[in-house]
Design a protein around this ligand. Structure first.
Ligand code: ADP
Ligand code: ADP
Ligand code: MG
Length: 447
């Protein structure tokens, strides 16, 4: 592979460019009018405008992106995360053009993209899934009947959902009745399908996921876990590895189940098996993300591996560079998603960043999307940067992170840095004692 097109923007586009440069691969960026001054555009070897800012007119314009890929004679397309990364028909078209789609096969993307289908596939493979519907529910009566069999509280979820959107916790039947129609129409509006299903709501849960990798020769390895329980509205805010919660025994079991899940679909390239874990360390399959994950850097920090490089090697039909026994784990890592948002209302705070400076001596890895002087566009996810820390102990990581956020200067827009400073001094977080309800319970998200 000598030339790769990156069908994405912001920090992840820049992150992919870095690895390509290290591997001597040329990069082609595509950008909307809102992004022409962005770092990923200036850093790429070639860059082409693909349209107006709205995603339907630019980053989701598969035809134009494919035309550019063909014209530029690229060998591969990296979709990043979000956008076209889990779009099976795009992956198929890329393949038909004789270009490598840097990700799993279109069939796997399709299979795992539907939450119900992936649940049943995993159940058949002997992977524990959250108790719930075997198929989509078609009527409210059916939903209520299922819910009373499962037992409240339940989660009403869109089969095609993602990004924490399209799911609602229902405490009792009354709540389910109230949420049913609105969840269906929201699912239709966001994901193009109004199919919903019901599953048991796991209380006091943790979100722990396992990074997996597969190649074209049947090899499947895991790259340990990530704890993503610090969430706001089912969206990840802080991730860390190793998880401060699970026993070693439970972790080993989880790695094996994750590999079993990946084997069941002959998985190729990078993937993540997400589990929801109850108070007694029982864990259940939630979904599989068939792409590079936002929080992949913390895995890179503790394994010393470059996951984007591995993705490219697998797409080049090479064997995984390491076998399971050769993949070690060292130290602790945390990632903080720095957002342009109002710390009080949590509404996006787009606009021009005047200054963006941090202490150069901080041991931080900044996966930046924006720099001082650039403008956070209202058209896209307002993540400015991922701030990633590594240390020999969990406390060392926390101290570096706290100091970093105290010394961070970012002006022109509002950010969630004040929230991070609070969390980094909060007792339960310091003790690793948190669930997915942590931010809401501590009222850290309402201030
Ligand atoms: P991660 O664990 O990588 O954060 P998420 O499920 O939160 O996984 O999604 C990552 C990114 O992709 C986020 O920017 C999210 O908004 C976006 N995303 C995920 N699924 C969808 C979807 N179905 N439609 C639109 N955006 C999505
Ligand atoms: P998405 O595709 O939007 O990422 P997930 O199924 O991965 O959807 O769920 C996102 C988050 O929602 C989880 O990390 C968890 O916090 C919460 N969640 C999802 N399902 C359940 C459940 N059955 N019980 C409790 N929490 C859940
Ligand atoms: Mg998820």
């Amino acid at each position: 592979m000598k030339k790769i097109l990156i069908a994405n923007r912001g920090e992840i586009a820049l992150r992919i460019i870095k690895t390509c440069k290290n591997m001597g691969i040329e990069t082609v960026a595509v950008y909307s009018d809102a992004d022409k001054e962005m770092p990923f555009v200036t850093e790429a070897d070639f860059a082409f405008r693909i349209g107006e800012p709205p995603v339907n007119k630019s980053y989701l314009n598969t035809e134009l992106i494919l035309d550019i890929a063909k014209r530029e004679q690229v060998d591969g397309i990296h979709p990043g995360y979000g956008f076209l990364s889990e779009n099976a028909s795009f992956a198929r078209k890329v393949k038909e053009e004789g270009i490598q789609f840097i990700g799993p096969s279109p069939e796997t993307i399709e299979l795992m993209g539907d939450k119900i289908v992936s649940r049943t596939t995993m159940q058949k493979a002997g992977v524990p899934v959250v108790p719930g519907s075997e198929a989509g529910v078609t009527t409210l009566e059916e939903a209520c009947q299922l819910a009373s069999t499962i037992g409240y509280p339940v989660m009403l979820k869109a089969s095609g959902g993602g990004g924490g959107i399209g799911m609602v916790r229902c405490e009792n039947e009354q709540a389910l009745v109230k949420s049913y129609d609105s969840t269906k129409s929201r699912a239709k509006a966001y994901f193009g399908s109004d199919e919903v299903f019901v599953e048991k709501y796991i209380d006091n849960a943790r979100h722990v996921e396992v990074q997996v990798f597969g190649d074209n020769f049947g090899n499947i390895v895991h790259l340990y876990e990530r704890d993503c329980s610090v969430q706001r509205r089912n969206q990840k805010v802080i991730e860390e590895t190793p998880t401060p919660f699970l026993s070693n025994e439970a972790k080993e079991k989880m790695y094996e189940v994750a590999k079993q899940a990946a084997k069941a679909v002959s998985y190729k390239n990078a993937g993540t098996i997400e589990f929801i874990v109850d108070e007694d360390e029982n864990f259940y399959f939630l979904e599989m993300n068939t792409r590079l994950q936002v929080e992949h850097p913390i895995t890179e920090m503790i394994t010393g591996l470059d996951l984007v490089k591995w993705q490219i090697l697998v797409a080049r039909e090479e064997k995984l560079p390491l076998m399971q026994e050769e993949i070690g784990q060292n130290g602790f890592s945390m990632e903080f998603r720095l957002y342009a948002e109002d710390p009080v209302t949590f509404l996006p705070s787009p606009g021009k960043i005047d200054t963006f400076v941090w202490n150069e001596d901080s041991p931080v890895r900044m996966d930046i999307g924006y720099i001082g002087g650039s403008t956070v566009s209202p058209f896209y996810d307002p993540m400015i940067s991922k701030c990633i820390f590594f240390g020999n102990t969990r406390m060392e990581v926390i101290q570096s992170a706290l100091r970093f956020f105290e010394e961070l200067t970012i002006t022109g827009i509002k950010t969630n840095a004040p929230l991070f400073k609070e969390i980094l001094q909060e007792e339960d977080f310091l003790n690793g004692n948190y669930t997915t309800a942590y931010l809401a319970e501590k009222k850290l998200v309402k201030k």
